[in-house]
Design a protein around this ligand. Structure first.
Ligand SMILES: Cc1cc2nc3c(=O)[nH]c(=O)nc-3n(C[C@H](O)[C@H](O)[C@H](O)COP(=O)(O)O)c2cc1C
Length: 187
């Protein structure tokens, strides 16, 4: 059991190509349940998870994000979000999980939400589902048009910090493991 848990941690990879089959609801429920059990500063649990399932709905997110970024001259992701590679990477994911929180709901809200997402990535991997963090959504969640769209999706109004990870069945062959940086460890 311990070996299996450690192996799950060591073999998780960010997945950017997906099968188009839907992720079964019971699997999605297990993934978000794992996220709800993530640790958080002072047990603030500041997050809200919005699960957006369906190829059409996910494609709409990427289209709305692209349009929002085009309206934001200073957005740091203009080149990335406008590129074909961006669309290829994420538009075919059958599920996005948006993690949002009110900025003042925890002393370290970004850390809390990040850990929840990381926990869901590991749970997803254990259940045979690939996932990847998408940073670009967070950069546009204050843009009025995109914010209105997030509200339509069910992302609570008061939340402004948003991170997102698409989850989906991974491609058949996982990318090779990346070596961990040797400078990151002293023992
Ligand atoms: C805070 C954070 C932001 C990230 N943003 C993106 C992103 O916007 N797009 C993307 O494709 N991957 C993103 N990633 C995934 C990293 O590129 C990936 O974790 C890293 O290259 C290591 O690869 P691995 O996850 O397969 O081990 C992000 C990861 C983190 C932790």
């Amino acid at each position: 059991m311990q070996e299996a848990v450690l192996n799950n941690i060591l073999t998780r990879r960010s997945i950017r190509k997906f099968q188009s089959k839907p992720v079964p609801l019971e699997i999605l429920e297990k993934i978000v349940e794992a996220g709800l059990y993530a640790p958080s500063a002072r047990n603030s649990q500041p997050w809200h998870f919005t699960v957006v399932a369906g190829l059409d709905r996910v494609a709409r997110i990427t289209a709305e994000l692209k349009a929002a970024v085009a309206r934001m001259p200073d957005n740091p992701y203009r080149a990335v979000v406008g590129s074909a590679a961006y669309t290829v990477n994420y538009a075919n994911a059958p599920v996005f999980i948006l993690v949002s929180a009110a900025p003042d709901s925890s002393p370290v809200v970004a850390a809390d939400c990040s850990l929840a997402l990381g926990t869901m990535f590991l749970a997803a991997h254990a259940l045979g589902i690939g996932s990847c963090w998408i940073n670009q959504l967070g950069s546009a969640c204050g843009e009025p048009g995109f914010r209105a769209f997030l509200t339509q999706l069910g992302v609570p109004e008061k939340t402004t910090f948003t991170v997102a990870g698409p989850s989906a069945l991974p491609r058949a062959i996982l990318p090779p493991l990346l070596p961990a940086s040797p400078e990151a460890l002293t023992m």
